[in-house]
Write a protein that binds this ligand. Structure first.
Ligand code: PLP
Length: 386
């Protein structure tokens, strides 16, 4: 696939399988080789074929970077060793004293990186309700350098209006980072809505099989890309070629997996809405969900994550999380198998006592691509155990 087709002519599913993945020219191998070489022969000093040393660039990584950049409608893609390594690389764009505005619901590890690693180094941060655009305009601190939002958020699945927030931030010369981990480029493409930077935990839906940790950054702006790539090489938080291959392989099936994740999530939501054990169901498709209008506007479908609060409180929520048979009690999300967790005690424990603390009766489901009826029956029997 030529360079132009990688971003333009072909549709999403075709690009997922072909962008950056032309057959290998010397052997014709259809599957992208895992290039383990750390160094590349030069025909005379400086006469390399695009690769010199694998931290700076590696053919398997380039294939992945081309593939996912194409799906995000981005001119540039950069792969990292983990989602947090990708986030850390982005935060290095800031100058000391520049503030990070973080949505008031986000992955606990993102909160920890910003509040516990970057803030003590002289980068102030505040948590804001990004659904309240009037308050955002009115209370905008002078020193903001970056707005950081997840949409849908982890774990409350709140959705934020990317286009509206970006307009407000750009008027005030701040850059906008969207963590697109929950939506994936199949459901939402933040760069097309004006955002400056997209970040992923590739460990989740991009990899899709709970067998690789990775991160990804996509941008259109050439100057931002140069600065990010400089730090990617200079700080060196790069993924191994094998890990790049695993994510590349996962992404080939992203579209079909996401369709099934969304369908199965809807079946679970149908069970939960109106169930006597449930206090509140959190799913962006529900009309009363925070940010439903934004989700309906900017997403193709509403995703595979479902959260809910249990009417009988924390202990009952823990019982539900402990009682499923197909849904495995485990952290992480976005893979073919269904997972269940208690965010307050697990993924979001680091946010306890902060503005990002989550309700203690909250349960989060990553709905997999197993048979929908089996998944519904499993959650039903877990709720019966309360
Ligand atoms: N962003 C979101 C929304 C996440 O859920 C996670 C991890 O759960 C991360 C970023 C961090 O990614 P990683 O675990 O790959 O470092």
């Amino acid at each position: 696939m030529g360079e132009e087709e990688q971003t333009t002519s072909y549709s999403f599913s075709t690009r997922a399988i072909h962008a950056g993945q032309d057959p290998e020219p010397t052997t014709g191998a259809v599957v992208t080789p895992i290039s383990l070489s750390t160094t590349f022969a030069q025909d005379g000093v400086g006469g390399h074929k695009g690769f010199e040393y694998s931290r700076s660039g590696n053919p398997t990584r380039t294939a992945l970077e081309t593939q996912v950049a194409s799906l995000e409608e981005a001119a540039h893609g950069l792969a990292f060793a983990s989602g947090l390594a990708a986030e850390d690389n982005i935060l290095r764009l800031l100058r000391p004293g520049q503030r990070i505005l973080l949505g008031n619901d986000a992955y606990g590890g993102t909160f920890r990186l910003i509040a516990k690693v970057w803030s003590p180094l002289g980068f102030p941060w505040s948590a804001v309700d990004l659904t309240d655009l009037d308050a955002l305009r009115a209370d905008w601190p002078d020193d903001v350098g970056m707005v950081w939002l997840e949409t849908p958020t982890n774990p409350l699945l709140t959705c934020f209006d990317i286009e509206a927030i970006t307009a407000i931030a750009h008027e005030r010369e701040a850059i906008v980072v969207v963590d697109n981990t929950f939506a994936t480029p199949y459901l939402q493409q933040p760069l097309t809505l004006g955002a400056d930077i997209v970040v992923h935990s590739a460990t989740k839906y991009l990899g899709g099989h709970s067998d690789v940790v990775g991160g990804f950054v996509a941008v259109n702006d050439n100057e931002l890309a140069d600065r990010l790539r400089f730090t990617q090489n200079a700080a060196g938080a790069i993924p191994a070629p094998f890990d790049c291959y695993m994510v590349l392989r996962g992404v080939k099936t992203l579209a079909v997996r996401m369709e099934r994740h969304c369908q199965n999530a809807r079946a679970i939501v149908d069970l939960l809405v109106g169930h006597p054990a449930i206090e509140r169901v959190l799913y962006p498709q529900l009309p009363d969900h925070p940010g439903h209008a934004a989700a309906a506007k900017q997403m193709r479908d509403f995703g595979g994550m479902v959260s809910f609060t249990v009417a009988a409180g924390q202990e009952a929520a823990m019982t539900v999380a402990d009682s499923s048979e197909i849904f495995t009690l485990a952290e992480s999300l976005g893979a073919v198998e269904s997972l269940i967790e208690h965010p307050g005690a697990m993924t979001h424990a680091s946010a306890a006592g902060s503005p990002l603390e989550v309700p203690d009766n909250l349960v989060r489901l990553s709905v997999g691509i197993e048979d929908a009826a089996d998944l519904v029956a499993d959650i039903e029997q877990a709720l019966d155990r309360i």
